[in-house]
Write a protein that binds this ligand. Structure first.
Ligand code: SF4
Length: 65
Protein backbone atom coordinates (compact mmCIF):
# COMPACT_ATOMS: atom_id res chain seq x y z
CA UNK A 1 0.00 0.00 0.00
CA UNK A 2 1.14 3.51 -0.79
CA UNK A 3 -0.64 6.55 0.65
CA UNK A 4 -0.85 10.01 -0.87
CA UNK A 5 -2.33 13.18 0.60
CA UNK A 6 -3.25 16.41 -1.15
CA UNK A 7 -2.67 19.28 1.26
CA UNK A 8 -4.36 21.67 -1.18
CA UNK A 9 -7.65 19.75 -0.81
CA UNK A 10 -7.41 19.11 2.95
CA UNK A 11 -9.82 21.15 5.07
CA UNK A 12 -8.27 20.14 8.39
CA UNK A 13 -11.20 18.14 9.74
CA UNK A 14 -8.96 15.59 11.46
CA UNK A 15 -10.97 12.48 10.57
CA UNK A 16 -7.86 10.79 9.21
CA UNK A 17 -5.96 11.28 12.46
CA UNK A 18 -8.79 9.71 14.44
CA UNK A 19 -8.93 6.72 12.07
CA UNK A 20 -5.20 6.08 11.61
CA UNK A 21 -3.04 8.08 14.05
CA UNK A 22 0.15 6.23 13.10
CA UNK A 23 -0.15 7.40 9.50
CA UNK A 24 -1.68 10.87 9.67
CA UNK A 25 -1.12 13.96 11.80
CA UNK A 26 -2.13 17.60 11.48
CA UNK A 27 0.03 20.70 11.31
CA UNK A 28 -0.05 22.52 14.62
CA UNK A 29 -0.74 25.95 13.15
CA UNK A 30 -3.55 25.26 10.67
CA UNK A 31 -4.63 21.62 11.03
CA UNK A 32 -3.63 20.62 7.52
CA UNK A 33 -2.80 16.94 7.14
CA UNK A 34 0.72 15.59 7.51
CA UNK A 35 1.58 12.16 6.15
CA UNK A 36 3.69 10.32 8.73
CA UNK A 37 4.02 7.00 6.91
CA UNK A 38 3.42 6.68 3.15
CA UNK A 39 4.02 2.90 3.30
CA UNK A 40 2.11 1.71 6.36
CA UNK A 41 2.40 -1.90 7.57
CA UNK A 42 -0.29 -4.41 6.63
CA UNK A 43 -1.70 -4.49 10.15
CA UNK A 44 -3.14 -0.98 9.80
CA UNK A 45 -4.22 -1.01 6.15
CA UNK A 46 -7.88 -1.21 7.21
CA UNK A 47 -7.45 1.92 9.33
CA UNK A 48 -5.88 3.75 6.40
CA UNK A 49 -8.71 2.75 4.06
CA UNK A 50 -11.19 4.02 6.67
CA UNK A 51 -9.30 7.32 6.86
CA UNK A 52 -9.54 7.75 3.10
CA UNK A 53 -13.24 6.89 3.16
CA UNK A 54 -13.99 9.30 6.04
CA UNK A 55 -12.03 12.26 4.64
CA UNK A 56 -14.67 14.84 3.71
CA UNK A 57 -12.33 16.54 1.25
CA UNK A 58 -11.24 13.53 -0.76
CA UNK A 59 -7.67 14.46 0.08
CA UNK A 60 -6.38 10.93 0.75
CA UNK A 61 -5.56 8.47 -2.02
CA UNK A 62 -4.72 4.84 -1.26
CA UNK A 63 -2.81 2.92 -3.90
CA UNK A 64 -2.90 -0.84 -3.35
CA UNK A 65 0.49 -2.25 -4.27
S1 SF4 B 1 -9.63 13.77 6.99
FE1 SF4 B 1 -9.08 14.74 5.02
S2 SF4 B 1 -9.67 16.90 5.27
FE2 SF4 B 1 -9.58 16.00 7.33
S3 SF4 B 1 -7.47 16.43 8.06
FE3 SF4 B 1 -7.47 14.40 7.10
S4 SF4 B 1 -6.86 14.77 4.95
FE4 SF4 B 1 -7.50 16.71 5.82
Amino acid sequence: MRVHVDQEKCCGSGQCVLAAPDVFDQRADDGIVLLLDPRPPAGIHAEVRDAAAFCPAGAITVEET
